[in-house]
Design a protein around this ligand. Structure first.
Ligand code: DC
Length: 225
């Protein structure tokens, strides 16, 4: 496969909403000196842009056409994966929980997933190495990744974490995350699941530093060439 030959090494970090994927990816990327991307940003970006363009959220063909529109783009930075729409950075708007919920709904369309796949894989080709986080990074987007990690955490802790970040009610978030996890793990195409040979880390009782260290200790020997 051409895209595989052109890639540097890839580390994938999958897991449910608010399990710490972005924070761990960001810190691991600093430690290893390679870029990282949130694949969720592609789904969030599409959800946001579709809302703005009044695209029918039940129409997979219209949504997948929108994946190729030049009106929006994904930009990787060391701090976050940005979404730009009509020349404006709309990343903060896409981080709202309601955009995440729409992202989860439209992500079950195979046409949408297929249309975003090359964009996501190109992040590794263009950067000669990558940390990619999401739901299906280790299983579908980068099945040949050198190191695969799966983060999990108690739902109580995940809701508290996001409630603090967004200043929202913990119980409402807990219910929304539960709903999103069910949707993401039960869809027919590329459901969220633990990739074979992944390191599974429950982050509930660990500090960010401890999780990053575990991820580093696991991936570093696998990515040395
Ligand atoms: O990681 P996140 O919360 O930003 O992701 C938002 C939604 O996007 C998530 O609920 C499902 C979808 N998603 C996906 O289907 N596959 C991915 N690799 C990443 C995200």
């Amino acid at each position: 496969m051409k895209w595989v030959e052109k890639m540097g090494y890839v580390i994938t970090i999958d897991g449910p909403a608010a399990s710490g994927k972005s924070s761990v990816s960001r810190e691991l990327s600093k430690k290893l000196g390679i870029p990282w991307v949130s694949t969720g940003a592609f789904y969030r970006g599409l959800a946001y842009v579709a809302q703005q363009m009044k695209t029918d959220l039940d129409n997979p063909i219209a949504l997948s056409e929108l994946c190729f529109s030049k009106t929006w783009k994904i930009v990787m930075t060391t701090e976050k994966t940005q979404v730009w729409f009509d020349g404006v950075d709309v990343t903060d708007k896409t981080s709202h929980e309601d955009v995440g919920n729409i992202a989860s709904k439209i992500s079950h369309f195979p046409e949408v997933r297929q249309s975003l796949l090359d964009h996501q894989r190109n992040c590794a080709v263009e950067n000669q190495g990558l940390i990619a986080e999401g739901r299906d990074c280790g299983t579908v987007v980068f099945p040949l990744a050198e190191a695969k990690i799966y983060l999990t955490a108690r739902s109580e802790d995940r809701a508290s974490r996001r409630a603090q970040e967004l200043g929202l009610d913990k119980d409402v978030l807990k219910a929304q995350q539960k709903q999103r996890d069910i949707q993401d793990s039960t869809r027919k195409v590329a459901p969220m699941q633990v990739p074979a040979e992944a390191l599974v880390v429950d982050t509930s009782e660990l500090t960010l530093e401890q999780v990053v260290q575990k991820a580093y200790d696991f991936s570093w020997p696998k990515v040395q060439r």
